[in-house]
Design a protein around this ligand. Structure first.
Ligand SMILES: Cc1ncc(COP(=O)(O)O)c(C=O)c1O
Length: 387
């Protein structure tokens, strides 16, 4: 039918050549998804089963990212969330109800611990925090109501590598699911599903994105049943992801292997060198024997990422530790590791009786892609200034 120009703005007959092929994933935008006819209209969330129904449940760009993460981690299927923390909250909200009990290691990413201790408790979920070095003895903490055992390996800041297979065995014997924050290994250096994990989540914000310019998370389930429980909850919670963020993450993934390799080499060189420095009491790098759980890293991991921590000797005051961080020139100060820029952050565990006795003396380093020699010089200059 003839169209007024105003209608043409919305319903165009303009044609462009077809057959464009490139190497980058197209960015598909869309809240509304078109149905071929009235009878096809559906609000089902599982786009794999019903086709595309609504942008909230994933455009092709977001689903491509999900499928690629799933391919790397080897699970049944993956959901993408707006950040790592929303992946954590989604898993908890999807899999727990009032009266359930969960186990959470003291070493887990702080906001994960707080979600359990502050929010889940308010909703009637019983939470027990546990020592990440407990291994198979976790069995003694499991009750008839235990539904989830959270793990993060290595742990945030204090870097304890957990015995995930022993934890999984104990959890499964009691009918509980095991969830792993697999961010440090980028989903590739630790094969979560081969070690008994049921749900593996990552902050894609970190190594997958890799350039400190996006926020995304992933939740990968081992089975269809668990995927459906989490997917159905995500529909109701309503967390959608922008295709722009997803396309950045897809771009980041292409260079993951070379970034990880370069970062691993530099971080190991720096960690070994830092262990020889008189100012440093302990290097908490999973590939070094000084790291709690090093034997599990050696047994279960195929590589090491670039985040580790150093603990200064007891003689150093908090002011001296902060001055060390401040005097670094190449290591910037900031959260959200795994980008190309090296970072340093000082932590203070004083007053926390459940964490190792590192007090104010612990500094977490994120090694980026700068020249390792320059990074060493930077650390050396800052250490020399501590005297
Ligand atoms: C181990 C770990 N898990 C989860 C998160 C949360 O990720 P996001 O910042 O994308 O919410 C972080 C962020 O620092 C993290 O370090």
């Amino acid at each position: 039918m003839p169209k007024n120009w105003k209608t043409k703005l919305i319903h165009t007959d303009a044609k462009i050549p077809t057959g464009f092929r490139s190497l980058s994933a197209p960015v598909y935008r869309g809240s509304t998804v078109l149905f071929p006819d009235a009878a096809s209209v559906s609000d089902d969330w599982d786009q794999y089963e019903v086709g595309y129904t609504y942008g909230l449940y994933g455009t092709p760009t977001v689903l491509e990212l999900a499928a690629r993460i799933c391919e790397l981690e080897g699970g049944y299927r993956t959901l993408i969330t707006p950040g790592g923390q929303s992946a954590i909250s989604l898993i908890n909200l999807a899999l727990l109800k009032a009266g359930d009990h969960i186990l959470v290691p003291y070493s887990i990413y702080g906001p994960n611990r707080h979600f359990a201790g502050r929010l889940l408790k308010r909703f009637g979920v019983e939470v027990t925090f546990y020592d990440p070095n407990i291994g198979g003895d976790i069995q003694s903490l499991i009750t008839n109501h235990t539904r989830l055992v959270w793990t993060e390996s290595p742990g945030s800041v204090t870097m304890e590598v957990q015995d995930v297979p022993a934890t999984s065995e104990a959890a499964h014997a009691a009918g509980a699911l095991v969830v792993l924050d697999n961010t440090w290994s980028a989903g590739v250096y630790f094969d979560a599903f081969a070690h008994g994990v049921d749900v593996s989540m990552q902050a894609l914000t970190k190594y997958i994105g890799g350039h400190s310019d996006l926020l995304l998370g992933s939740v990968t389930a081992r089975t269809k049943e668990v995927f459906h429980r989490i997917g159905a909850a995500q529909q109701l919670i309503g967390t959608a992801v922008s295709p722009d963020e997803a396309s950045l993450a897809l771009r980041g993934m292409k260079t993951l292997a070379v970034r990880l390799k370069a970062i691993e080499t530099s971080a190991l060189e720096l960690a070994h060198w830092l262990a020889t420095r008189p100012e440093v009491e302990l290097v908490l790098h999973p590939a070094l024997e000084s790291c709690p759980g090093h034997e599990f890293w050696k047994r279960d991991f195929s590589g090491a990422a670039g985040v580790f921590a150093i603990v200064f000797r007891r003689q150093f005051s908090k002011e001296q530790v902060l001055a060390f961080v401040d005097s670094l020139e190449l290591f910037e100060i900031g959260y959200s590791w795994a980008g190309v820029t090296s970072l340093a952050v000082a932590y203070d565990f004083r007053g926390n009786k459940n964490r190792p006795d590192y007090g104010h003396r612990i500094v977490r380093l994120n090694v980026g892609l700068e020249d390792a020699g320059d990074l060493k010089n930077d650390l050396e200059n800052a250490l020399n200034r501590m005297k």
